[in-house]
Structure formats: structure tokens, C-alpha cells
Design a protein around this ligand. Structure first.
Ligand code: TTP
Ligand code: MG
Length: 351
């Protein structure tokens, strides 16, 4: 089935909002995230504006490292309520352009605009539509975004990524190969460091090279995910735009090299897990109600404890406090060494 899909992603979302809110920071490197505490801070970068990225600062980088890379940057704590509000306003605007709109995170959405196929020049129509969308967002929120348009989600997303910031790229089916061929394999969604390492060992570095190997070869190498990699390398992606996507929970866990009861070590690891989970929560654009902490003991017995908040929250402090209280219950209630700890958020809702 022929489709036209549009992908929109806001440019350095949190940082751009902060730049808008604080005109005195305009042109300066801005880092939104944990408090750097003069280089001693724990926690990570949520995002950085393009000025700060020139120093090598990016999302998920430890904030202490960001401070070392650019001590003169403006470091700001996230103001989630504001970002949520802006996000809602943006996607209100975006969803005016098609009833088939899938919001995938606080700053990112796919739109099925296949209705344009019924017109004579669908990609010209798509260009007009995308320009109008960028204009509307600029007028309403004074923010820039990048938009990619293509025959499927994969191509649309890669196109948007390619023209950041403030870009618009339309990729007709006949131009898909041209877009994909020069890309490094890691630029395909889902091809992480480990997959890339194994591909490089086979002398496969670019998507062009990846597209020249057989399906059987990739399936033998990666199992079932090998089929997806094969399809992606060909620019194929059958996923539809889901207006109702279901993510039931977001979680992360860690298995210690050696079982431990050391409070400092447990807490440090636990804090990292909380930050990771929080990062995903924010990225996916959810609020949570239930926090579950999981502990596996040296004998492999696994226990969970949960707390459900009265109202949905996306507040880091609330998450941290709830999760740590639960962990403490494990530590005081049991003295076996711990093998694994984890945190899971559920009862997720959209703001
Ligand atoms: P992204 O769209 O991944 O990044 P971005 O908008 O900051 O930058 P880009 O121009 O490259 O799109 O994520 C959107 C927001 O989600 C980002 O502004 C902050 C938040 N976020 C985190 O808090 N932690 C993370 O690890 C990531 C990736 C994003
Ligand atoms: Mg973005």
C-alpha cells in the first residue's frame, strides 16, 4: 500500500524552549539537565542546544563531563511542566493537518498524510503542508522543528534527522536509495553499537553495503531482528501510524558483577537506574502513577514492592523519593546480598 508519512521532531527541544524563555542566553551554549555542582554533580544531560553540541555535549552525557567540556555553558534544570504544556500546544497544531497523528514523545510525531496521494502532485502537496506546519508552530510557539516526508516512517524519520535544525526534506520513493546509501549503519534506528560492531567485522559500514548482503546472511547473524535490518537497508517499513500506541511500562535494571550489600554501591547504581528510567519517561512523554522496585537476592529469589501515587506525576523528585523509600524497605527487611536491582514505572498516562 502506498503511503506518505511525515515525521516532525522539535530541534533541541528543552534547550530551545529555555532559549526562548530567557532571551539573555541567546547564542550561548545551553545545557538542560542535572545540577553540575561545579563539576561534581551527578546525573545526566537531558539535552543541549546546538551551540553546546559543538563542545561534544549531548543527551544522556554525565553532567560532570558536560561541565568539563564547557564550564562556561548555561546550565539549567528542566522545567517539565512548561515543556509538557508547549508539547501539547504543538501537537494540537500538528494534529490539525491529519486525523492520523501518532505522538511518539514529547517532541516527536508521525502523521499519515496519504490523503495527498489522491491529488495530482502528492509530494508538492506535502511540501506545502509541511511548510505551513513549520510556520504555524513558529507563529504560535516561536520554536523551530525539522520535518521529513517519505513513503514510510523509517524514511520520514531519517529525512528529518538529516536536515536538523529547522529543516524540511521530502524524499520521493525514487530517491530513497540516494538518502540511505551513504548513511553509516548506526544511523538506522535499532542498529546500536553492538550490532554495528558485528557488521563492521564483516566489512559492512554503510547502508549501501548493508543493502548488498542477503537476507539469509543477516538472519544467520542476528536471528529474527536480521529480517528487520534487511528490510530497513532497503528503505522498507510497513509500520502504520498508530493513533493509539500502547506502552504499558518503562523500566530498567542492573545486575551486579558480584552480589552486594554495600549501601553506597547500591544507592549509586540505583540512582543511575532512576535517571535512565526518568529519561525514557520524559522522552516517551508520559506521566506515571506506579513505581515498582525489584530486588533479586543472591539465591535468585526476586521480590517487588510498589507504590501508586494518588495523581499521575512526571516529577523526578517524586520518582526518586518513592523509589528510594521502596529500596530502603528491601534493605531493612532482608539482609541477603543483592544480585539485581531495578525500577519500573507503570499506570502511564499522557499529560
Ligand atoms: P530528542 O528529540 O531526542 O532531542 P532534542 O529535541 O533535544 O534534539 P534534536 O534536535 O536532536 O531532536 O529528545 C527530545 C527531548 O527529550 C529533549 O529535548 C530532552 C528529552 N530527552 C531527555 O531528557 N533525555 C534523553 O536521553 C533524550 C534523548 C531526550
Ligand atoms: Mg527533538
Amino acid at each position: 500500500m502506498d503511503r506518505i508519512i511525515l515525521h516532525i521532531d522539535m530541534d533541541c527541544f528543552f534547550a530551545q524552549i529555555e532559549e526562548r524563555e530567557n532571551p539573555r542566553f541567546k547564542g550561548k551554549p545551553i545545557v538542560v539537565g542535572a545540577d553540575p555542582k561545579g563539576g561534581k554533580g551527578r546525573g545526566v544531560v537531558s539535552t543541549a542546544n546546538y551551540e553546546a553540541r559543538k563542545y561534544g555535549i549531548h543527551s544522556a552525557l554525565p553532567i560532570s563531563q558536560a561541565f568539563r567540556l564547557c564550564p562556561g555553558a548555561v546550565f539549567l534544570p528542566p522545567n517539565m511542566e512548561l515543556y509538557e504544556q508547549v508539547s501539547l500546544s504543538i501537537f494540537n497544531t500538528v494534529s490539525d493537518f491529519s486525523p492520523l497523528c501518532e505522538v511518539v514523545s514529547l517532541d516527536e510525531a508521525y502523521l499519515d498524510i496519504s490523503f495527498l496521494l489522491e491529488q495530482g502532485f502528492p509530494y508538492e502537496g506535502a511540501e506545502r503542508l509541511a511548510k505551513k506546519m513549520k510556520d504555524d508552530i513558529r507563529k504560535k510557539e516561536a520554536l523551530t522543528c525539522s520535518i521529513g516526508v517519505g513513503p514510510n516512517k523509517l524514511v520520514a524519520k531519517i529525512a528529518a534527522q538529516k536536515v536538523k535544525p529547522d529543516g524540511l526534506l521530502l524524499v520521493k520513493p525514487a530517491r530513497v536509495r540516494e538518502l540511505l546509501d551513504p548513511l553509516d549503519v548506526t544511523e538506522l534506528p535499532g542498529v546500536g553499537k553492538a550490532t554495528a560492531r558485528r557488521l563492521r567485522a564483516e566489512n559492512i559500514n554503510t547502508v549501501k553495503q548493508l543493502a548488498s548482503v542477503s537476507k539469509g546472511f543477516l538472519e544467520k547473524m542476528f536471528g529474527k531482528p536480521g529480517t528487520d535490518i534487511y528490510e530497513m537497508a532497503r528503505g522498507k517499513d510497513g509500520r502504520g501510524v498508530n493513533t493509539e500506541r500502547e506502552i504499558k511500562s518503562i523500566g530498567s535494571e542492573y545486575t551486579f558483577q558480584r552480589d552486594t550489600r554495600e549501601p553506597a554501591k547500591l544507592l549509586r547504581t540505583f540512582s543511575d537506574i532512576i535517571e535512565q528510567v526518568y529519561g525514557r519517561l520524559v522522552q516517551e512523554g508520559f506521566l506515571f502513577r506506579t513505581v515498582t522496585v525489584v530486588c533479586r537476592f543472591s539465591d535468585f529469589t526476586t521480590r517487588t514492592k510498589s507504590t501508586t501515587l494518588k495523581a499521575p506525576a512526571q516529577d523526578f523528585r517524586a520518582l526518586e523519593k518513592t523509589a528510594k523509600t521502596l529500596l530502603l524497605k528491601f534493605l531493612t527487611g532482608d539482609n541477603r546480598p543483592i544480585r539485581l536491582v531495578g525500577v519500573r514505572l507503570s499506570k502511564l498516562v499522557r499529560p
